[in-house]
Design a protein around this ligand. Sequence first.
Ligand code: FAD
Ligand code: PHB
Length: 390
Amino acid sequence: MRTQVGIVGAGPAGLTLAHLLQREGIESVVLEDRSREYVEQRLRAGVLEQAIADLLVESGAGERLRGEGIVHEGIELQFDRERHRIPLRDLTGGRSIVIYGQTEIVKDLIRLRLAAGLPLLFEVGDVSVDDLESERPSIRFAHEGAEHVLECDVVAGCDGYHGVCRPSIPAGVLSEFSRDYPFGWLGILAEVAPSNDELVYAHHERGFALLSLRSPELSRLYIQCRPDEDLAEWHDDRIWEELQLRLGLDGWTLAEGLILEKGITGMRSYVAEPMRFGRLFLAGDAAHIVPPTGAKGLNLALHDVRLLAEALVSWYRTGSSELLDGYSDACLRRVWRAEHFSWWMTSMLHRFDSGDDFDLRLQLSQLRYVTTSSAASTSLAENYVGIDRI
Ligand code: FAD
Ligand code: PHB
């Protein structure tokens, strides 16, 4: 088997890359180790920067997004039992965010690719990437009982944080940077209309909580928990009780409903540099992750593959490797901005058990500053909606 670009991973990064390349007449094969059902149901992100929503729409993958995506022009920060609106649109010269589930983006891209009869293989096994420093890198994998070797011009490692591509880079090549947080998020999807028109990020002495949504009928809610929390100890009543405590306000209650899904997510910041080794290019969570508080992970993954697609198009058209050579540096400028913003939002909003209330007082001071100073709220807003040029 031979292709131009071998793509490992059918998450948002791999599927969007394949889609952008196909529009430019560049062939690719996408290999995914999970089933189609699994990747289409895996509940994750929900907030798209406007530039990323525009990328999907302009590239022809946004038909449903255009109809079902919900535009939000602000978010709310809650602390000391008060809510304060950050008017994103007004502070950023008209930019907003779009609420549209990652699962829906993945479904849309899979449907487009399969309808066009283009190669996308699920449930592949034993994936390995070889000859990365040669001009003929290859991907070995097993599929439906047979072993295959896919020869490529380049390999795109879009296989997420736990994938095989990054660990295939020889020791000593990558510099790694990381930060672990002493907490996780317990997230639920509930069959109930969202109780607020905009997202609410709540600082509370019992820990952080977030009110989000997926549609006019589906709420998505999170609470800060221990990183090793046992989900079995969180029966539905206890989850609602905790959400009511952390999000509750005088004169406002959270509407409850049937919990359809629950899960626990760890929190980590991580960057590997450079995002390239020979003919292997890393994109998305394969190269970097952020804690979800800034809603940046999915957006970063799609910014990466937009640059990678442009660089590959230029290489195939002109033979110049200038953009490919600049790919890692160009991505990392945005990655580090998002790393900082995500760490900062996380640090401002979560409860840290530091023994005294020094951190708590700093957080409250910062929240008050961010919600009263136009300089500080503009800084939050422009990071949240996504910085244009970086
Ligand atoms: P992934 O989505 O991880 O996709 C990688 C794919 O590769 C997977 O399908 C995986 O099965 C496959 N794979 C792995 N190993 C192999 C292998 N060996 N062979 C073949 N395939 C392989 N981001 C935001 O921007 N906004 C948000 O609001 C937001 N909220 C989040 C909430 C939660 C609870 C979580 C967990 C994450 C959130 N994120 C958010 C982050 C976002 O979901 C990720 O950054 C995004 O999924 C990254 O996409 P990706 O394609 O790079 O990686
Ligand atoms: C979500 O809706 O899943 C969501 C929203 C905002 C975040 C993280 C996750 O910061």
